[in-house]
Design a protein around this ligand. Structure first.
Ligand code: MTE
Length: 338
């Protein structure tokens, strides 16, 4: 992956001391009851007390009307970390979305006219039900929850993001995958007219952007489809209108602006693996013990940072989600299958 070294100037100085935007929109009482037992190790904020505040960016709800209606019913999830979320200003201006440029602020600068409504997602491959579906039909049967997850980029920075969405497993099961479905392949929109980097002869990677998961990874309780952040619709630069979040893997697995979900027999060829398989593996599990060929993965810069405060934290295996996912890799050599 191309690395743009972060300089303090990447983040406006006015924001370096800004406080976390963390305001109460609604207080949810006793939102959850089930799940705590299944989870084992708690990774939750306020779950046992039965009360947690939702994050908001303090602006009116956006997105299509049907989504705004659903956002009003958002509830906190047991799967959230108790760590404070990275302020919305950083979540929405420090991005990787190469279709809109490789600089960290390019996605926010270049995606504002990106059209995400109407949006169609094709479900294909080894399943009983396949076809093309309006986003509303994809999302509507699901209850939206807010999951505050750590996001660890392979470039060794990280954030804590309050995502809005629903379980990937719950969606996949609706299409009744058959026994040939060993993997799930995801594809981002290919539209060079809207995504300037896709039109470039000097594109950093091949498009469309493709990602994939083994079916048991995709069915894990932590795999999440997200349609928003901070209680609101997904900003274009973060992968509107729908993206994947796989919190125990490096951020490049969390593919944005998905138009196709396919159940496959064979392991899909994924964008970064195809671009440089020595540096980026298919599994891409966060692992402080397996260095990237060009840099250590032992620690990460937790945003927000400044020249005076790099805010390094130790990187955790599986990004700290080992209790929920380590069993998926039992007996696997994680140095080989990185
Ligand atoms: N999805 C697409 N289609 N294109 C991309 O360039 N970048 C990935 C991932 N998903 C990327 C993508 C990388 S490298 C990271 S770290 C995360 O998105 C960043 O998500 P964020 O910008 O919302 O923080």
């Amino acid at each position: 992956m191309l690395i743009k070294r972060t300089r303090a100037s990447d983040i406006p100085s006015s924001e370096i001391t800004s406080e976390t935007v963390f305001h109460e929109r609604r207080t949810i009482l006793k939102a959850m009851g089930l799940g705590a037992v299944a989870l084992g190790t708690p990774i939750v904020a306020g779950a046992t007390s039965g009360e947690r505040k939702l994050y908001t960016n303090e602006v009116p709800l956006s997105g299509p009307v049907w989504l705004q209606d659903k956002l009003k019913t958002l509830s906190p999830s047991l799967y959230s970390t108790a760590e404070a979320a990275t302020p919305f200003e950083y979540v929405s201006t420090y991005n990787n979305f190469y279709e809109f440029g490789t600089g960290k602020t390019d996605p926010a600068d270049n995606s504002q006219n990106f059209i995400t409504d109407p949006w169609v997602v094709e479900v294909a491959g080894e399943a009983e039900l396949t076809g093309k579906y309006n986003l509303e039909d994809i999302v509507n049967p699901h209850t939206l929850e807010e999951r505050v997850y750590r996001l660890r980029c392979v470039e060794a920075w990280s954030m804590v993001v309050p995502w809005v969405g629903f379980s990937l497993a719950d969606l996949l099961k609706r299409f009744k995958p058959n026994s040939n479905a060993k993997y799930v392949r995801f594809e981002t929109l290919h539209d060079p007219e809207q995504m300037p980097a896709q039109a470039s002869r000097f594109a950093a990677i091949n498009y469309p952007y493709v990602e994939g998961l083994r079916i048991d990874e995709a069915m894990n309780e932590l795999a999440f489809l997200s349609v928003g952040v901070y209680g609101n619709a997904m900003p274009n630069q973060n992968g509107a209108p729908i993206r994947l979040i796989v919190p125990w893997k490096y951020g490049f697995k969390s593919i944005k602006s998905i138009v196709k979900i396919e159940f496959t027999k064979r392991r899909p060829k994924t964008t970064w693996e195809m671009s440089n398989s020595r540096e980026y593996g298919f599994f891409a599990n966060v692992n402080p013990d397996v260095s990237h060929p060009r840099w250590s993965q032992a620690r990460e810069r937790r945003l927000p940072t400044s020249i005076f405060r790099q805010n390094y934290v130790d990187t955790l295996k599986f990004n700290g989600y080992g209790p929920q996912v380590a069993h998926l890799y039992q007996g696997m050599d994680l140095g080989r299958y990185f």
